[in-house]
Design a protein around this ligand. Structure first.
Ligand code: ACM
Ligand code: ZN
Length: 394
């Protein structure tokens, strides 16, 4: 079924690019085709800005059209909690809504019914949806809903500014681990995916350094510092997921303080985290900011008065290679593939999401699908013009 579905996408790409044209013939050809990497992913951030259910489905269609196979769905953040959890109703009563500076309410969330509908839609299109539930950082919306989950217990608001917040889940409080297990239990009931993404990025250690309970935990568990406390936290999540026959994925910060045994690492701060984790025998997914952050501008840095590092032009995406020459044969086997991330701080709506996605998605799709010796920028930059005509119609 997967092969037939993908073959149909190829057939669609052979049809005329103009709307309303009667198809009388298509090119005669024979294709032997198969994907190079098993993880061909795209992240959708529905937290910084909420995207309606219908758009998530359209996004899935756009991925399927490009023979991508993973939707990494970013569902919890400082600025919004987007997944209904029966045991903790305040996560969506409070955590899904923020009060903007002008006093307006902004937010939204997906009910379990919405999520089931989306997952059925994705399954039909052979897209695996991997949910991301962030621990221990990027958790302000959850803490705003249930203040006892933080080190201070102070009441705080759902985030309204982008960035990294110092309030994170307390690692010394067992109530936090019960919360984690309860939430992930409901997440696993919904999502059949083998992998669950638990975040792990950008968790400042300030609160833990000043928290009696966190310091007590460090002592009791014979940990050296707050990095090892983070490792302790992530390892407890991993143990729980493994007991439920799931695998943990985390951002490359989970390397700090020691990687849990079975963890898969998503390398975002560059390729180094992926290199290091694969050398230690872990699976990795490459999603480096330098090539695959689709929230960056597409324009050429040569003629735009904006810092060079604010750009990720099409050519740079096409130059992305998940496997590095400097890797051993063993390491290379651990590279599952690549993924681009559409963070949504500055992507306020569905139309803008598509604007950022195209045509870069086509470049990524080719890089993670085709054999490396077939990749040819000059050729791609001609073919992409035909695809642009299709994107216009779509
Ligand atoms: C990330 O961009 N913080 C994964
Ligand atoms: Zn604490």
């Amino acid at each position: 079924p997967i092969g037939i579905m993908r073959g149909i996408q190829t057939l669609r790409q052979l049809l005329p690019t103009k709307k309303g044209v009667v198809v009388t013939k298509i090119p005669c050809l024979e294709i032997h085709d198969f994907p190079r990497f098993s993880w061909r992913g795209m992240l959708l951030d529905c937290c910084r800005h909420f995207m309606k259910k219908e758009f998530v489905m359209r996004y899935i269609d756009l991925l399927a059209y490009h023979k991508m196979n993973v939707l990494h769905w970013h569902l919890t953040e400082d600025q919004g909690w987007r997944i209904e959890i029966d045991k903790y109703p305040k996560l969506t009563e409070i955590g899904a809504w923020r009060t903007e500076k002008d006093g307006s309410k902004y937010g939204g969330f997906y009910t379990k019914k919405d999520i089931k509908e989306i997952l059925t839609y994705a399954k039909t299109r052979h897209i695996t949806v991997v949910p991301e539930i962030e621990f221990p950082g990027h958790s302000v919306a959850a803490i705003a809903s249930y203040p006892h989950l933080s080190c201070t217990g102070d009441s705080i608001n759902v985030g309204t500014e982008w960035g990294v917040y110092k309030d994170i889940y307390c690692a010394g409080n067992d109530a936090v681990f019960s919360f984690m297990e309860d939430v992930l239990t409901e997440v696993m009931e919904l999502f059949p995916s083998k992998y669950i993404h638990i975040g792990g990025d950008e968790a400042p250690k300030y609160r833990w350094e000043h928290c009696k309970r966190c310091q007590q935990r460090i002592k009791e568990e014979h940990l050296h510092d707050e990095h090892e406390l983070q490792s302790y936290f992530i390892t407890r999540i991993e143990k729980f997921l493994n007991e439920n026959e799931r695998q943990l994925i985390g951002w490359d910060e989970i390397l700090e303080g020691g990687l849990p045994e079975e963890a898969t690492v998503m390398s975002w701060r560059g390729f180094e985290g992926g290199w290091e984790a694969s050398a230690a025998g872990h699976d990795v997914i490459m999603t480096p900011t330098s090539h695959l952050y689709f929230d960056y501008y597409q324009g050429s840095p040569d003629n735009e008065p904006v810092a060079f590092n604010a750009f990720t032009p099409l050519k740079r995406v096409y130059e992305f290679r998940p496997v590095l020459d400097s890797m051993s044969v063993e390491q290379k086997k651990h590279v599952l593939g690549g993924q681009a991330n559409l963070w949504a701080e500055y992507v306020p709506n569905e139309a803008h999401s598509e604007y950022m996605l195209f045509p870069r998605l086509a470049a990524l799709a080719e890089v993670v699908w085709s054999p490396e010796n077939k990749l040819d920028w000059e050729d791609f930059s001609v073919r992409i013009r035909k695809m642009m005509e299709r994107f216009e119609v779509m």
